[in-house]
Design a protein around this ligand. Sequence first.
Ligand code: C5P
Length: 241
Amino acid sequence: MIRVAIDGPAGVGKSSTSKALAKYYGFAYLDTGAMYRACAWWCLKQGIDLDAETVDEQLITETVGEFFTGGHFDITVDPDDSRVTCDGEDISEAIRSSEVSAHVSKVSGVIPVRHVLIAAQRATIAREAAADSFSEGRGIVAEGRDITTVVAPDAEVRVLLTAREEVRQARRTGQAVAAASHDGAGSGIAVGTEDVAARDKADAKVTSFMTAADGVTTIDNSDMDFEQTLDALVELVDAAI
Ligand code: C5P
């Protein structure tokens, strides 16, 4: 069982490279950002005001708790079919909307919410050690902001994936443009550009992903393409197997 923990800021290409890495090894893949996004999506759907400077943390905590304990939320760990559902409805695209991106830090900044999600993430990672799991006990790639430090500090491979801010901003803008043209007008899916620096600043108040913790390998992919980033990750995982 190999656990690969990958953290990093927005726009660094964590999701696509983590997914490809998981596919390469037949590992499970856990997108923890999708879990926080789903919680923000659910809170917005329940009409909770996430624009307020000071949000109602108790209400958010209760609402997210109900989302999980009420069995509304589900996430798949197959890197070829990575999906988030709410009551069986596929919300994988809805949680990438610019509205969710703009509000997710307000929800992920609520500490009791983090405790609920961290426990769920640890349970998912532990489950992949079993022979009857998705990876058949081979392993999992989990990516986010606090995987190397909080969720799985004892992971066999721990990586901080980073890139210069202007590079990350350009990548995110490219993604938004691609999503807009791909999904067509009126779909309400991830259109417009996003200020990744603002989200990172808000996120950095509760998670530490701008510098590597002790024992965590930094990969700066500012001047690397997708394949080169994947190769660098494969090299680290191969060394741990
Ligand atoms: O990875 P992604 O950009 O989809 O993450 C969305 C948001 O979820 C982040 O901006 C952050 O607020 C939150 N998040 C977090 N901890 C994680 C993963 C994501 O707080 N481990």
